[in-house]
Design a protein around this ligand. Structure first.
Ligand SMILES: NC(=O)C1=CN([C@@H]2O[C@H](COP(=O)(O)OP(=O)(O)OC[C@H]3O[C@@H](n4cnc5c(N)ncnc54)[C@H](OP(=O)(O)O)[C@@H]3O)[C@@H](O)[C@H]2O)C=CC1
Ligand SMILES: CC(C)(CO)C(=O)C(=O)O
Length: 301
């Protein structure tokens, strides 16, 4: 039996949080680990079980146990939106062990660097996921599309325990260079996501109109130049962005969905991140500036 405090804890019982809770719970059926604790904002009990609907539309009832401040946490996955991570960690610091292993599993960049700078005592890992999952109620989660989740940390070494735990989760992989991957993804998101709000369209509809395509290419080119100054050289950025817009053509981007549901978008950790890097390197990003101004009149960013 794993002692309680050595169990995984998942802060942010949203779509991705419950997908990972489900995956670890399934794993614990054939491993020595135990089902993770879920952590909500109030550090209290919430639903006793949730319904997980898999890709085949089969429903399973999964029991939930909640962290209520009853022990010290050694292993934590944070699955809030990027702009909620810092506040989430602040509220948990009294319970976090000195060398707590923390996996940050969110879109966007900037917050990861803030966390490692502010809490150097923690062992922080980053994740990037292409899974598709959504909630139809507080305790009903739908797995809509299989994806891969890549994990890594600032330096390339895998910790010893990785092979025993996270690597056993389906569709997960380790990257010795997660930061390159996150920078690549942030440039893709900073090109596609704001435009889907501006034009109120699906990702693929950015490709079928000359004006939209021109803006998409301008955003990706600005991001390419900024990332190059930061040491990430991705010459084919424009084609990577176009390709992802095509492959996810029928999707509404996550930012579009946030805007549609009147939630704060994660654009400040996507375009905002690129714009901050540009300032650091003395570069201008006129298309980002204009697009973000236009989006700000429609959405909470
Ligand atoms: N859904 C998906 O398919 C994918 C999502 N991602 C990324 O994963 C991240 C999470 O996305 P998703 O799961 O969809 O988002 P959700 O909004 O569904 O989940 C976030 C959860 O975090 C909770 N939360 C917020 N603040 C705190 C806090 N201080 N303590 C504890 N819980 C808190 C929220 O509660 P409340 O509702 O009360 O705010 C909510 O339950 C995002 O960065 C997203 O871009 C990446 C790939 C795919
Ligand atoms: C790749 C893309 C644009 C797919 O919709 C995405 O990651 C998002 O919507 O945030």
């Amino acid at each position: 039996m794993t002692p309680n405090n050595q169990q995984w804890h998942i802060a942010g019982p949203g779509a991705i949080g419950l997908l990972y809770h489900y995956k670890v719970s399934e794993l614990s059926n054939f491993c020595h680990s135990q089902t993770p604790y879920l952590i909500n904002r109030s550090l209290n009990n919430s639903f006793e079980k949730y319904t997980f609907i898999n890709l085949q539309q089969e429903a399973q009832q999964i029991p939930a146990k909640w962290f209520k401040g009853q022990h010290i946490i050694h292993k934590l996955v944070v699955t809030t939106k990027s702009h909620q991570v810092i506040q989430c960690l602040e509220s948990l610091t009294p319970y976090l062990a000195n060398h707590c292993q923390i996996i940050l599993l969110h879109n966007g960049l900037g917050v990861q660097q803030q966390v490692t700078a502010r809490w150097p005592e923690f062992d922080v890992f980053f994740g990037s996921s292409t899974e598709g999952v959504w909630k139809s109620s507080d305790n009903t989660v739908h797995h809509a599309g299989n994806g891969i989740t890549t994990f890594g940390r600032e330096h390339p070494q895998k910790p010893e325990w990785w092979g025993e735990e996270i690597s056993k989760l389906p569709n997960s992989q380790w990257s010795p260079d997660i930061l390159s991957q996150l920078h690549n993804k942030v440039a893709v998101n900073a090109s596609i996501n704001p435009l889907t709000i501006l034009f109120e369209c699906k990702n693929g509809e950015l490709l079928s109109n000359e004006d939209r395509l021109q803006l998409l290419d301008q955003l990706s080119e600005e991001s390419r130049l900024v990332l190059k100054s930061e040491g990430y050289d991705i010459p084919s950025m424009k084609y990577i962005v176009r390709d992802i817009a095509r492959k996810t053509g029928q999707n509404y981007s996550s930012s579009y969905q946030d805007w549609k549901h009147k939630r704060t978008t994660e654009l400040s950790n996507m375009n905002g991140y690129i714009m901050n890097l540009a300032k650091k390197h003395g570069l201008s990003t006129p298309t980002h500036d204009k697009v973000m101004n236009d989006v700000a009149t429609k959405a909470s960013i």
